[in-house]
Every structure is written in structure tokens, then in C-alpha cells.
Design a protein around this ligand. Structure first.
Ligand SMILES: Nc1ncnc2c1ncn2[C@@H]1O[C@H](COP(=O)(O)OP(=O)(O)O)[C@@H](O)[C@H]1O
Ligand SMILES: O=C(CO)[C@@H](O)[C@H](O)COP(=O)(O)O
Length: 532
């Protein structure tokens, strides 16, 4: 018994703005959390929000070496805080989805022989053929998307195979662009990883396989067969399958940590590395999502996701393999204008204070007296539209709102979009529906109140805002149990349940049902105007 309590499992999350870690003990209690903010703690990489937006405003990258250095800093921080690495039985983790890391030929050798006296960022500084990794915020690959859909036989056909029509940020389209624009860097690459499998490679000291769940966000994997789709891989770049390596179940144990971690930090030699996955799949695990629940992640991106059994891919949203149950799937919708847009409006309308932002939400009525807004500071993913669009109660476009009205219009508009698009995917809010919220903005009860009112459903949260890291700590533990056939839900049965955060206000249904229709019509009109 003492051994269970003494053991420890780590979940790392390489997300857009920071690297975070959650440690749990064998009883699933959180025993340590730590993080490294890229902008403020690694200023030498000059990122803003963890990324570089290029002059075309479409290309968005992050330095691969920044992620490596963040891991050095995080492990040193844990050591300084007295964290006992000798208790760690297994590690797993997640990464922002879709981003790609291009390892230079020879990097495998370097990974295999990491000198424990040196920092990883010193050892790996020459290991990347491409210094700047394309990330999920990139939308510069429209041409590649069009070409992939044409080759495969259309958007729906591509969705049937890979779970999604072609999306600009999806890794295959990013790789196709690099192959065309940077042929030398492409040919110098011996391996192309996702952010998640790049991170597990750092722990393994060897190239790690891409897991089925994060691999589903590439437009390259056949999600039914769970292998690379020949037609997609061939349409993307020559000899790509070799550079991608194998796929692996998300629940697989990949091996033990590299001796680097044993010698430098005192990890046990037997410490296992479980396949890393995408951050949204990681959150699904952390929130212990059940069929029927709807999860809303309010991080750098906003996402909505659900557990599904029978996937029916469409040209809207994505189907990914499920990270904790190989026979199941998850559906996901991604909204690019999440936290950065809320921060902009907070800065412009609430003096940079979340408290004032919240009081504006409290002092304005549900439905905002008919004032409605869509705030797409950058080209949105769902729907594919850009710009700020404000409409008054009469449906007329207006140039500005009062500050408090602007704040409510932003938050209501963001949540109406989530509900409208979740329902387009076939999701129905019914009696008993739980909305589970996570991510940085889920700590704000006033934002959650609007979420609850728009969905007319109670909103639950978990204590640990980093649900992806927590989920991956659970996955690390489950990885050790999976050989015995134990399911993820059995492994995590004693974990704390999500707690009720807010309930819908009386009258929410009457206010938001008609607004949903208005929002849908305005969005259709906007998309039609874009086509003209
Ligand atoms: N009290 C708050 N109210 C609203 N948003 C918040 C609050 N605190 C933090 N945030 C938002 O959370 C974001 C970070 O969320 P997080 O899920 O940690 O991001 P990621 O995992 O993508 O790096 C910040 O950009 C910030 O806008
Ligand atoms: O592109 C997607 C999902 O498809 C994003 O959700 C990324 O996975 C980034 O995640 P965060 O850093 O915002 O959590």
C-alpha cells in the first residue's frame, strides 16, 4: 500500500503559451504542479503568446528549441522545489495539436546519446532541420488543402478517410508546404514528429511513434484502419511515410526513460514512457469525459469536444481516435479566436482587468438587449470568416458598442457559436447534459455563467485547470495497468468528480433559443457575403 502512495506519475503539457506539468500519486491525488511561460521565462525566443506571427499574417511558427529549453527549465524548477524524481513510475504528456517538428538527419544519434552533464537545449541545438515549427495557428496552406481534397476525391471523401476535410493547420498540409517551399530542409529531415511525439522522443531518447489520437489531426491517417492513408501520404510529399515512422495506440508504453533522466534527475531506470497525445485528447482524459457530456476548453484556442462511439465525419469539425479507448472516437470543433480575443477586449474595454471584465458581464442582461457580435480578429476556423461584426437589436450592422455591451457581445457570441456548431454536428443538449469547462478562462465564474446560460445546462469544472496535464498523468498510470486489461475509467474511478460551478439562470432558454436562430442566420449571411 505504501508503495502505491509513494509512487508518482507525471503528465506534461506542451501547449501554445507554456509547458506545464501535473504529478499525481498512486491514489490519484495531485502532489505537484509547475509551469514555464514561454514569453516571460524564455524571452530570448521573442515569442508573443508562445508563437511568431510572420509578416504575411498567415504563417505562424514556434521555435522547436524553445520547447526543449522549456523542458530544461521545468525539470530544474521541479528539482529546486524538492520534487523527488525517484518516485516516478511513468510519464506521459500532450502537445498542442497539429504542430510539426522536423528533426535533422543525425538527430536520432544525438537523442540516443544524451550527455547528462549538459542541458537538453545545448545537446539538441543542431538537431532541427527547420528551426521554426509550424503550429496550429497557421493558416497559410489553402493551396495545399485544395490540392489534397482534389487528389483524394473531395472534401467529404477526405473526411471519410481522415476524420476531417482539409484544414490549413493540419500537419499534412503544413508538410506539403514545407516540401514545396523549403525542399532542402525537407530532405535534410530524417523524422517529422508532432509536438506530442517530439516531446515523448525527448523523454525516450529515441524517436517516438505518433499516437492514433493526435495522429488523427494530420489529414494523413486513416482513422478507421488506424494506419497512414497511402493516398493522402502520397499526395503530400515523396517518401513521407518513412519520415513519419510508425503509429501507435494512445495507450501504449513506448519504453523506459533515457538514461539522461536517470543520471541527471534521478528518475528510476524502470520509469516508463507512455505515448504522448494531443492536448485536447489529454483534456478528455483529465475530465474523465463520459458519453453525453460536452467539454469546452477555454485556452489559447477554444475547443468543444465529445466522446463518440460511432463516428460520422462531415466537412465541419473533426473526428479523432479516442485517446483512452481504442474502440471509440472523439469529435472536436476548434475556434481560433479564443483567449487572445478575450484579452484584447479586456484590454480595450476593461482596463486590462479580468475583474472589470467580469463586472461588465454581471451588469448586463442575458441576451444583451439584442446586441450581438462576432469577433474574428484572425481568420477563424469555425466558421471560416474574419473581422469584427456587430449587430443591434434590429439586425442592423453597427460600428461600435458601449464597453460593457461589447464585453457581453463577445462572450455570448463565442458561446452561441459553440452551441450552434455543436448542434450542427448532431449534438443535442438534453436533460442531464453536463458541460465540462477547462482551460485558463474556466477559472472565471462570470464567463462560465454565460456558458451555462447559452447552453441552458449546468457547467462543471475540475480543480486542476490544466486538464491535459492531469489527464496525461492519469494516462501514465493507466499505461501501467492497461496490460492487465483494466479500462481507463476503472483506473481513474477514485479520482475527484467534476464539481458543479454554475447553473443556468431562470429564463435562459427563452432568451437564447431565439438568439441561436439569429446567430445562425447572421453567420450564414456573413459566409455568403464572403463568397461574393
Ligand atoms: N480570470 C480569467 N478570466 C478569463 N481568462 C483568463 C483568466 N485567467 C487566465 N485566462 C486566460 O487563460 C489563457 C491561458 O489558458 P491556458 O488554458 O493555460 O492556455 P494554453 O494551455 O493554450 O497555453 C490566457 O491567455 C488568459 O487569457
Ligand atoms: O488546433 C487545435 C485543436 O484542433 C488547438 O486546440 C491546439 O491543440 C492548441 O491548443 P491550446 O494550446 O489552445 O490548448
Amino acid at each position: 500500500m505504501a508503495e502505491v502512495a509513494d509512487s508518482c506519475f507525471l503528465g506534461f503539457d506542451f501547449s501554445t503559451q507554456q509547458l506545464k506539468v501535473v504529478a499525481i500519486d498512486g491514489h490519484l491525488a495531485v502532489v505537484h504542479q509547475s509551469s514555464v511561460q514561454f514569453d516571460s521565462e524564455l524571452p530570448e525566443f521573442r515569442t508573443h503568446g508562445g508563437v511568431h506571427i510572420h509578416s504575411d499574417q498567415l504563417t505562424v511558427t514556434s521555435p522547436a528549441l524553445m520547447w526543449v529549453k522549456a523542458l530544461d527549465v521545468l525539470l530544474e524548477k521541479m528539482r529546486s522545489a524538492g520534487f523527488d524524481f525517484s518516485r516516478v513510475k511513468a510519464v506521459s504528456g500532450s502537445g498542442q495539436q497539429h504542430g510539426s517538428v522536423f528533426w535533422r538527419t543525425g538527430a536520432r544519434q544525438t537523442l540516443n546519446h544524451l550527455d547528462p552533464r549538459k542541458h537538453l537545449h545545448v545537446l539538441l541545438q543542431d538537431s532541427f532541420a527547420l528551426q521554426d515549427s509550424p503550429v496550429w495557428m497557421d493558416s497559410s496552406t489553402s493551396g495545399q488543402c485544395q490540392s489534397l481534397e482534389e487528389t483524394v476525391g473531395g472534401a467529404q471523401r477526405l473526411a471519410d478517410i481522415t476524420g476531417s476535410r482539409a484544414y490549413e493547420r493540419f500537419t499534412g498540409n503544413q508538410i506539403a508546404k514545407i516540401y514545396r517551399l523549403k525542399p532542402n530542409e525537407f530532405s535534410e529531415s530524417e523524422r517529422i514528429s508532432l509536438v506530442s511525439s517530439f516531446a515523448s522522443s525527448l523523454f525516450l531518447g529515441e524517436y517516438a511513434a505518433i499516437d492514433y489520437s493526435d495522429g488523427s489531426g494530420m489529414n494523413l491517417m486513416d482513422i478507421g484502419e488506424k494506419r497512414w492513408s497511402q493516398v493522402c501520404v502520397n499526395a503530400t510529399a515523396p517518401a513521407l511515410a518513412e519520415k513519419l515512422g510508425d503509429l501507435t495506440p494512445s495507450t501504449a508504453v513506448l519504453g523506459c526513460v533515457s538514461p539522461y533522466y536517470t543520471e541527471r534527475y534521478g528518475f528510476p531506470q524502470s520509469c516508463k514512457v507512455l505515448a504522448f497525445t494531443g492536448d485536447n485528447p489529454g483534456s478528455l482524459a483529465g475530465m474523465r469525459l463520459r458519453e453525453g457530456d460536452l467539454a469546452v476548453s477555454l485556452g489559447t484556442s477554444d475547443t468543444v469536444f465529445l466522446w463518440i462511439q460511432d463516428p460520422k465525419p462531415t466537412v465541419e469539425g473533426h473526428i479523432f481516435c479516442n485517446p483512452v479507448d481504442c474502440s471509440a472516437y472523439m469529435a472536436l470543433i476548434c475556434f481560433k479566436n479564443g483567449s487572445f480575443t478575450r484579452e484584447r477586449i479586456r484590454n480595450e474595454c476593461a482596463g486590462g482587468s479580468w475583474e472589470l471584465f467580469s463586472s461588465a458581464l454581471r451588469s448586463t442582461p442575458m441576451g444583451n438587449n439584442g446586441n450581438l457580435g462576432m469577433y474574428f480578429d484572425v481568420m477563424e476556423i469555425t466558421p471560416p470568416a474574419v473581422g469584427v461584426h456587430r449587430f443591434n437589436a434590429e439586425g442592423q450592422r453597427v460600428a461600435a458598442f458601449d464597453r460593457e455591451v461589447e464585453i457581453r457581445a463577445l462572450v455570448e457570441g463565442q458561446f452561441l457559436a459553440k452551441r450552434v456548431h455543436a448542434e450542427k454536428l448532431g449534438y443535442k443538449i438534453i436533460q442531464g447534459t453536463r458541460v465540462l469547462a477547462t482551460g485558463g478562462a474556466s477559472s472565471n465564474k462570470d464567463i462560465l455563467q454565460v456558458l451555462s446560460d447559452v447552453f441552458n445546462a449546468p457547467v462543471y469544472t475540475i480543480d486542476v485547470p490544466n486538464s491535459a496535464g492531469l489527464g496525461c498523468a492519469y494516462r501514465a498510470l493507466h499505461g501501467l495497468m492497461a496490460e492487465t486489461g483494466q479500462s481507463f475509467s476503472e483506473t481513474t474511478r477514485s479520482a475527484p468528480d467534476p464539481q458543479l460551478a454554475v447553473r443556468p439562470e431562470p429564463g435562459a432558454l427563452e432568451v437564447y433559443a431565439p438568439l441561436m436562430l439569429r446567430y445562425t442566420a447572421l453567420e450564414d449571411q456573413l459566409l455568403n457575403d464572403c463568397k461574393l
